[in-house]
Design a protein around this ligand. Structure first.
Ligand code: HEC
Length: 235
């Protein structure tokens, strides 16, 4: 059975009213879309595609496809906003999407940003254009002997704890501990990569390297584009 369009609208409206009701204080302030985009890139882009945020995660639904058609059929941004806030707060049981991954003002801002841009053509402009841009760390790590440990960022952001690394030529073992709730791995672009591991896991891979510059990265789709990569110098 399919709901007639009016019923569908009514269902969506009910959802967004519920979301308004449960959002609590701070509702009167206008959402901060820059914070929304930044948080989206940090917390959501690893699993969801959203073109305006350069996000290409594949574990969850493509949000342009999920909300673009409704927006283009005349549902307002407010309706989508409510649905997104609802999804964040009331994740289905056993979903791989962590519940309440953002809360409070961050939740409101992320939902407002998704509602604003999902399925919309063009590019973000002004300050929004650079918000959430990949944040590759300036930190440098050096190999200890033939072991080079570069852990994943513990906050769930798409980055390693260091953006640059140095190692010796010959056999080098790359090791990444993953303290985040999102699966990651480590490897060298165009070469072998370690297994994808979840929270608490360690990904590890051995390579024979000649002197030169390489890119170390996480090969989970969308992660390297989101900033999870760096430069390895082998001497
Ligand atoms: C670890 C992966 C993961 C992360 C991180 C994640 N999601 Fe999800 N999301 C999913 C999956 C999987 C689904 C599919 C539905 C389900 O499992 O409940 C989903 C569903 C959704 C839906 C419903 C889409 C539809 O077609 O109805 C929305 C909206 C959504 N997520 C938004 C977000 C936002 C916003 C964030 C960041 C604050 C986020 N997700 C973070 C995995 C993720």
């Amino acid at each position: 059975m399919r709901l007639p369009p009016q019923r569908f609208l009514a269902a969506l409206m009910a959802l967004s009213v519920l979301a308004l009701g449960t959002a609590g204080c701070g509702r009167d302030e206008a959402p901060d879309l820059i914070n929304g985009k930044t948080k989206f890139v940090q917390k959501c882009a690893s699993c969801h595609a959203l073109a305006r945020a350069n996000a290409s995660g594949v574990q969850g639904p493509n949000l342009d496809q999920a909300f673009g058609p409704a927006r283009n059929e005349g549902f307002g941004a407010g309706t989508v906003d409510g649905v997104v806030q609802q999804q964040i707060a009331l994740v289905r049981r056993n979903s791989s999407m962590p519940a309440n991954i953002v809360t409070g003002a961050d939740k409101k801002d992320v939902a407002a940003y998704v509602a604003e841009v999902a399925g919309q053509p063009g590019e973000d402009t002004g300050e929004l254009a650079t918000a959430g841009a990949p944040d590759v760390s300036n930190k440098v790590v050096d190999a200890k002997g033939d072991r080079l440990e570069i852990d994943a960022d513990p906050s769930g952001a798409l980055s390693f704890v260091a953006g640059k690394a140095n190692g010796p030529a010959g056999a080098l073992t790359l090791v990444m501990k993953n303290p985040a709730s999102i699966p990651h791995n480590i490897g060298i672009e165009g070469k072998k990569v370690g297994p994808v591991v979840g929270s608490g896991g360690t990904s590890q891979v051995m390579e024979n390297l000649t002197p030169g510059k390489y890119t170390f990265l996480c090969t989970v789709p969308g992660h390297a584009d989101g900033g999870m990569k760096g430069e390895l110098t082998v001497k």
